[in-house]
Design a protein. Structure first.
Lengths: 297, 99
């Protein structure tokens, strides 16, 4: 949980694996890296057992690069595809039980705020649509009602991909899947609106075919969650196995889905805008903050 | 035998596009060589999904990436392994955030 944990014991450097030495010498810890520099530094994510061409992996990789302070971050996840890649990263990963990710994250964040009152320690929940919208729904909603200060990222592949293709609450109406042969009977749950109603300070819907936008969303969400309130990001990460998308067409599919039902949407509360503008130098929000205060006068 | 991505350094070096490095789902697989100004693939990590081929053909429109059989790589296989890669430290610039 600090820069010290990525150092090796003096005298033992040459016995460490090359991946580990690269992470110490060329990793992103303590530096500010961005998505456009990718390929010139060692990433915190390592080789993982996820399927070839999985869009969820791409999103996880982009979000791990975009974390403002990876050395001060803990990720909480649960059963599902995502944990296969997240657990391979050089970031502490807490494997919550199915359904209680946001309860675990609440306790973790409160503990960290008590233990390190003068430092920002980020907690990010990264779980699938089943783990957040179906099984973990009550814990998720209650963490928002209580205004717990951490980020929730939903990796929405619109199916239970790890267990053979059952329908989830986030599956589209009418979708026929291997374990849902009659097609889904009810609508996709409108999680972004629920998040807004429940009091999230920042809500965004993204598709990973725009890496810069993913980076901006993750940065804003983590920064706002430090002081303002809960934040929520919903990302479309297609399952190319269950939806039978050829691996080289994954980005084409992401583009079509973005045009169809996953348009980029962003909601920032006024308090969060002011916080970003004043504390983190976001110019677009600094201006708006000044305008609104003038109107108020 | 299996397919891996192979980047043509003459076509890629003529551009300053880094799209394939951003769109590869595997971490540390498509690297960027700052001295030659070209992307290159660490073939022992490539799972052969060909997403970079689609990105290079349709988004960047450079047509620099082709899938080739692992034993027919233009360069020697050993040159393209992860353990022979290097990073350029001085290019880690500060991002606008956190100033």
């Amino acid at each position: 949980m600090s820069l010290d944990y990525v150092k090796s014991t003096p005298g033992f450097e040459k016995f460490m694996p090359k991946d580990y030495r690269d992470l110490i010498d060329h990793g992103p810890f303590g530096k500010k890296v961005s998505v456009s520099q990718v390929g010139t530094f060692k990433e915190i994510m390592e080789e993982h057992p996820m399927c070839a061409g999985c869009a969820m992996t791409l999103f996880i990789r982009l979000s791990l690069i975009s974390l403002p302070n990876p050395e001060d971050t803990i990720i909480v996840g649960t059963a599902g595809c995502g944990r296969l890649a997240i657990s391979q990263a050089a970031i502490p990963f807490v494997y919550g039980n199915y359904g209680d990710t946001n309860a675990v994250a609440s306790g973790l964040k409160r503990g960290l705020m008590t233990r390190f009152p003068d430092k920002h320690k980020d907690v990010v929940v990264m779980a699938g649509d089943g783990g957040l919208a179906d099984i973990g729904f009550s814990m998720l909603m209650h963490s928002w009602f209580r205004k717990e200060k951490f980020t929730t990222v939903m990796l929405d592949n619109e199916v239970y991909g790890n267990t053979g293709g059952q329908e989830s609450g986030m599956t589209n109406i009418g979708s026929v899947l291997k374990m849902a042969p009659l097609g889904k009977k009810f609508d996709k749950i409108d999680m972004p609106d629920l998040a807004k109603t429940a009091g999230c300070a920042y809500v965004a819907m993204v598709v990973p075919n725009n890496p810069k936008r993913v980076e901006q969303c993750i940065k804003k969400a983590v920064l706002i969650a430090r002081e303002v309130g809960p934040t929520y990001i919903q990302a479309y990460t297609s399952c190319n196995i269950e939806y039978a998308i050829p691996t080289d067409k994954v980005m084409e599919d992401a583009k079509n889905v973005e045009n169809d039902r996953y348009q980029f949407k962003e909601y920032i509360s006024d308090e969060a805008k002011q916080y970003l503008g004043e504390k983190w130098g976001y110019k677009e929000y600094a201006k708006k903050a000044i305008q609104t205060t003038e109107v108020a006068k | 035998m299996y397919l891996v991505a192979n980047i043509d350094p003459t076509i890629c070096g003529a551009t300053s596009c880094t799209l394939c490095t951003q769109f590869c789902p595997e971490a540390n697989t498509i690297q960027y060589d700052l001295s030659r100004k070209t992307a290159f693939v660490s073939v022992d990590r490539c799972k052969g999904c060909a997403q970079c081929v689609w990105v290079c053909d349709n988004m960047a429109k450079h047509h620099a990436i082709k899938m080739v059989m692992i034993d027919q790589l233009p360069e020697e296989f050993a040159n393209k392994l992860t353990k022979n890669m290097s990073y350029e430290q001085e290019n880690l610039k500060a991002s606008p955030i956190n100033k």
